[in-house]
Design a protein around this ligand. Sequence first.
Ligand code: NAD
Length: 309
Amino acid sequence: MNRKIAFVGLGNMGGPMAANLVKAGYAVTGFDPSPAACEQAVEKGVVLAGSAAEAAAGAEAVITMLPTGDHVLDVYLGRRGGAPLLEAVPTGALLIDCSTIAVQDARTAAGHAVEAGHRAIDAPVSGGVVGAAAGTLTFMVGADEADIDEARTILEPMAGRVVHCGGVGAGQAAKICNNMILGISMIAVSEAFVLGERLGLTHEALFDVASTASGQCWALTTNCPVPGPVPASPANRDYAPGFASPLMAKDLALAMKAADATLTDVRVGRLATDLYRDFAVGSGRTRDFSAIIEQVRQEPFEPTQEVTR
Ligand code: NAD
C-alpha cells in the first residue's frame, strides 16, 4: 500500500508540490477550501478530503502550504471551527509546514504539535511556482536532528535542495534573512540602473561591468530589472511574476517582525520594507518584485541635502 501523506493548502505552490508527491508514488489526500485549487489537484491525482482533519486521518506525515501563520495555527488547532488537525492525525506523525510564516508562529505551531504527541518541522521554500512544478524547490528546514532524514525522504520529490538550517524555526529564519537581502539588493540594482540611465549609460554597459564586478548579485544576474541583459528575467515580459511584489512585501514584514523581537538594527531593511509595502498595494500588486524599478524611475526628485558641486 502506498504511504499516505496529507496536503493542506493546494494553491499556486501547494498544488504542484502535491502533484510531485503523487508522481513519486505517495497516496496524497488533500484539502483546500478553494474549488479551483481542488479541481486542479484532483486532475493530478490528489484525493480530496472534506476538511484538513479528515485529510490528516491515517497519514504518516502532513504538509501545510498556507498563506500565513494564522492559517497554520487555525488548521492545527481547529480555531475556525472543524476538528483540530492535531487531534485527527495519528500520534507521532511528522508535521511539515512549508508556508512562509513568522519564526515565532513556526515555534508556536511546532510546540502545539509536540504537546499533542507529534513531531513538527518548518520547511519554507524558495524557487517559486516554477520550482514547485519542476520539483526543484530549495527547502530551508528547521528540525531536530532525529527528524531530518525522514523529512528529506518526504521532501525529495519536490526538492532541488534540502538545507538543514538548525532547530525548529531556523528554516523560517533563513528564509526571511535571505529575502531581506533580496529585497534590499533589488532596490539597489534598480536605483543603479536608473542613475545609469540619467548619466547616459546603456543598460548593457552597466550590466557588463556590474555582473562581473563587485555589484554582482542574483537581483542583477538572474532577475535583472531592465529588459535585455537577462532574457529570462520578468522585465522581458512586462514584469509578469516571477516572485510577486506582495509576497516580497510579506516576507520583508516578517523580517521586520523578527528584527523588532530581537532588537536588531535593520535600517536599510526597514526602508526596503516600506517601499515594497507601498508598491505591493499600488502599481506592483500583480507584478514581479523587480518592477519596483518603475517606481524608482517615477519618484519625483526632491533632494533632501544640498547637492555638492
Ligand atoms: P496561494 O494563495 O496560491 O495558496 C494558498 C492556498 O491555501 C489557497 O488555495 C487557499 O485556498 C488555501 N487555504 C487557505 N486557508 C486554508 C485552510 N484553512 N485550509 C486549507 N487550505 C487553505 O499561495 P501560494 O503562492 O501557494 O503560497 C503559499 C505559501 O508559500 C505562502 O506562505 C507563501 O508566502 C509561500 N511561498 C510562495 C511562493 C510563490 O512564489 N508563490 C514562493 C515561496 C513561498
